[in-house]
Each structure stands twice: as structure tokens, then as C-alpha cells.
Design a protein. Structure first.
Length: 465
């Protein structure tokens, strides 16, 4: 007999309800959320972000720089990817997949096999052929496009992927922010000339701005050095945060911004001063980067098109990255505390948690659970279809009491909690609705709760899966 069947049999008088949880409604007990602590934690206690995420059952370190991304966090990450996909589609982006394992000859042709040094994971196969685990894919995408591009009418061409990248960090730290394996969105643009390439640069950077605006994050575009990537135009996207690793200077008049650690000279700051503005110091977390590459990679891979004179012309390229896991990690860092995780609302893993209080010994508890199921069925339609969970652990009150369940719901950061107490069964029929983002709590009549929530989410930008 399977463990699952044994578990059903061992559950007293909740057999039917327990079984239905797995087949009709999303419930907390059916989700894998391995929390490691549930006691209240003072917000003043200093605790690392990685520890907070591990305590909440979102993340688990395997080795330094290597992480298991657990189901709830993975759901948020997939929502973030969907937001990125939506904005890339609006600018004509085509999504594809590329091998993570890249032959050495591609990087040798571009001259980067040796310049990136120890940060690259390099290996050899059984035939002694050299490869690397891709930290970025300029060489690979150039090889691909070179095989198919034959006319300038195919441009502008904007190709992107969202996949794992690898970097042998000398000292992995700060959780997902500096990991050895991470998720990245990288887009590559191909254009007929420099003017067209810089237009693609502008369009893609504007799409990045829309992504960060939807996430309601304070992100600034910062002039930067192109480094080993090549090209002569480069910008970083920094999330302003007190604990950011980079020092950012921003002019309060023209809003030009500079990363002091990556600029080769002070020329850009001189431009800021010309507008007579005051320069303010901030700290930033780099979450994206844009590069105008020129012809560095198209020449190495012979990416050309035929012009009107039947001559081969090298295309102009750009490269644009957003660190998906880094962005997710940084957003949680600036919005959360040691006992309250707060998500950008558009990518919250689940938007509503229904928490019926009580325990199995109390007859009202069963009624509250049935009420929770009824509310779920009425609310889980349209854009909220897969966005609601019931905390059905009412039958585990000896180990997971009402206080614990409420603390865990607070820690996980559901934007809204529907708390069902005994007053929901009384004549007054009131239900507590808590907005965890604003901290606002309301007692709403049971007959009005569904309409009230539907009105809230009708106007709200949320990503659904």
C-alpha cells in the first residue's frame, strides 16, 4: 500500500475533504514549503537574506554559489520570466534556446577564451575537445545567425533566451546575487548599420524600463564601461538599495548617472556638472546591462548580409542582459524583513491565502473549512484561477496551530489574507481581509467579500500561470 493511501486512511473524519485537496483546490498542505522556523522574529534582529529565504522554504543552498530554488520561489521566478517575455514580445523579440555547453573554438575566434580567465568553467570531453559552460552567448548567437542571415530585410533581428548561466565566482556570496549558476535573460540585436543598432539599443532599454516599472522597483540606467564585451556604448541598470555593492552618482537635474567603479574616467561626471545640477551618492545592485557591440562578434563569426551592390556587409550587434535570479533576490532584499517576505505584486507566487481558524475538535472548524472551500470556488475564476490557496492544516492543530499558520502566511507574503474566524459563522457574518502590502485590515461582510476582492484584482497588474 502506498504512503499516500496510508496517509489518507490515517486522517480521522477528514478523509473526503483531505482527498479533494489534491484534485480540485490548491492547498498549503499539498505544496512543498519546508519552513525551518515559525516562531516570531523581531524585525530588528539582523539576519541574512539567504537565511530568511531558507527559513521560509523558498531556497536551499547545495554548495557555495549553488541553490535549489524551491516551488514557491520558482513560481515567482516563472512569473518574472513571463513579465520579461511579454515586454520582449512587444519589441519584436523572438525567444529561442541555445546550448549551455559551448565549443572553445567560438570563444577563441572572438578572442575571449583567454581574456575572461578563471571566471569561466572550462572542461574537455572524452575526445579532448575543449568547451565552456556559457556565462554569456554572444559567440553562439553570432554563429547561429551567420548560418541563416542572407538579406538586410531580415533585420532588425532581436533574439533572446532565458536560461541558466555559469560563472566561477571566486567567492560566492549574497545568496542568488553572486552565485555560480544563475538564470539570465540575454537578448542580441542585429542591424544593418550603427544608427539602426543604436535605435535597437534605445528600444530595448525602454522595454527594460517598463519591466522594472511593472515590478515597482526604483531602477536607474547608469553609464558604464564596456570592458571585455567590446563596443563603445554601455549602460548598467541598478536597483537603488542601501546595501548595494556599487557606488552610483546621479545628477538631480539631468538625471545622468554613473557607476564610479566601472567608469574609466570622470568625463561623464563633467557632463552632469555642465547642467548645473547637484550630484547625489547612492548605492546600487546591478540587475541588468546593455552593450552596443558594433562589429566585434559579427566579424569574428562572419555575420554578413548582401547590400544593393551585392557586397557583403558586417552587421551591427547589441547585447542586453537581465539577471533573473539576481533581480528576484534583490527585489526581496529591499522589500522584506526578517519575518515578512514581500514580493513585487505582479510576481507574487500566490495572491490570496484563505486561513480558516480553529481545530478539528471544534465543530465550527469544519464549518469554517467548508466556508473556505466555498470562497475558493467563487474566487478562483478568471485571472485569480490559479492564484488562491487554502491553508487546510486545520486538522494539524496540535502541531500547526492558528498562530503558527498566521505567522507562516505573513512570512510567505501573500498579498491578501482572508482570515475566517467564528464571527464569519455568526449572524453578523464578518470576514477579516488583510492587505499584507499596506498592512490595512478590514472586516467585510461575507456577502460582499467576493465582489470586494474581484474589484481589487480587476485593476491590479498580476502575472498568472
Amino acid at each position: 500500500m502506498s504512503n499516500f493511501v496510508c496517509r489518507l486512511i490515517a486522517t480521522p473524519r477528514w478523509n473526503t475533504t483531505f482527498a479533494s485537496r489534491y484534485y480540485s483546490r490548491q492547498t498549503v498542505s499539498s505544496l512543498f514549503i519546508p519552513m525551518t522556523r515559525t516562531s516570531d522574529q523581531s524585525t530588528s534582529t539582523k539576519i541574512s537574506r539567504q537565511t530568511v529565504l531558507e527559513n521560509a522554504g523558498l531556497l536551499k543552498q547545495s554548495r557555495p554559489g549553488l541553490y535549489y530554488i524551491l516551488p514557491v520561489a520558482l513560481r515567482a521566478m516563472y512569473k518574472l520570466i513571463k513579465v520579461v517575455d511579454e515586454e520582449m514580445i512587444t519589441i519584436g523579440g523572438s525567444k529561442l534556446g541555445m546550448p549551455c555547453l559551448i565549443p572553445a573554438d567560438l570563444w577563441q575566434a572572438s578572442g575571449r577564451w583567454d581574456t575572461l580567465g578563471a571566471e569561466m568553467f572550462k572542461l574537455k570531453d572524452r575526445h579532448s575537445r575543449s568547451y565552456c559552460l556559457g556565462p554569456t552567448h554572444e559567440e553562439s548567437i553570432s554563429e547561429l545567425v551567420a548560418a541563416y542571415l542572407n538579406s538586410k530585410n531580415m533585420m532588425p533581428l532581436r533574439l533572446y533566451q532565458i536560461d541558466r548561466k555559469f560563472r566561477d565566482e571566486i567567492r560566492p556570496r549574497l545568496g542568488l546575487r553572486r552565485a555560480r549558476e544563475f538564470w539570465m535573460k540575454d537578448m542580441y540585436s542585429f542591424d544593418v548599420n550603427k544608427a539602426a543598432s543604436l535605435e535597437s539599443y534605445k528600444v530595448i532599454c525602454e522595454a527594460y524600463d517598463r519591466i522594472f516599472k511593472r515590478l515597482q522597483l526604483n531602477v536607474v540606467k547608469v553609464a558604464a564601461d564596456s570592458g571585455a564585451m567590446g563596443g563603445d556604448v554601455s549602460h548598467e541598470f541598478h536597483l537603488i538599495a542601501d546595501n548595494g555593492e556599487d557606488e552610483i552618482l546621479i545628477c538631480d537635474q539631468c538625471h545622468d548617472a554613473v557607476n564610479m567603479e566601472t567608469m574609466k574616467s570622470g568625463d561623464k561626471m563633467t557632463e552632469c556638472k555642465l547642467c548645473k545640477g547637484n550630484v547625489q551618492n547612492y548605492r546600487g545592485i546591478e540587475i541588468g546591462h546593455a552593450f552596443y557591440l558594433g562589429r566585434k562578434y559579427s566579424e569574428a563569426a562572419s555575420v554578413t548580409y548582401m547590400d544593393e551592390n551585392n557586397e557583403k556587409i558586417f552587421v551591427e550587434m547589441g547585447s542586453y542582459g537581465i539577471g533573473i535570479t539576481r533581480l528576484l533576490d534583490a527585489a526581496l532584499e529591499i522589500q522584506s524583513t526578517s519575518n515578512k517576505i514581500r514580493w513585487p505584486s505582479v510576481i507574487a507566487p500566490y495572491n490570496i491565502c484563505i486561513v480558516p481558524l480553529g481545530n478539528p475538535k471544534d465543530n465550527s472548524s469544519r464549518e469554517l473549512f467548508q466556508l473556505a472551500e466555498q470562497l475558493y470556488d467563487k474566487l478562483a475564476v478568471g485571472k485569480l484561477k490559479n492564484e488562491i490557496v487554502i491553508d487546510d492544516r486545520i486538522y494539524l492543530s496540535k502541531t500547526v496551530g492558528p498562530g503558527t499558520r498566521l505567522r507562516q502566511a505573513t512570512l510567505l507574503g501573500y498579498p491578501h489574507l482572508i482570515i475566517l474566524g467564528k464571527q464569519a459563522l455568526e449572524k453578523s457574518g464578518f470576514i477579516e481581509l488583510e492587505d499584507q502590502t499596506s498592512g490595512n485590515k478590514q472586516n467585510i461582510h461575507i456577502n460582499n467579500i467576493v465582489d470586494h476582492i474581484q474589484q481589487i484584482y480587476e485593476k491590479k497588474d498580476i502575472c498568472t500561470l
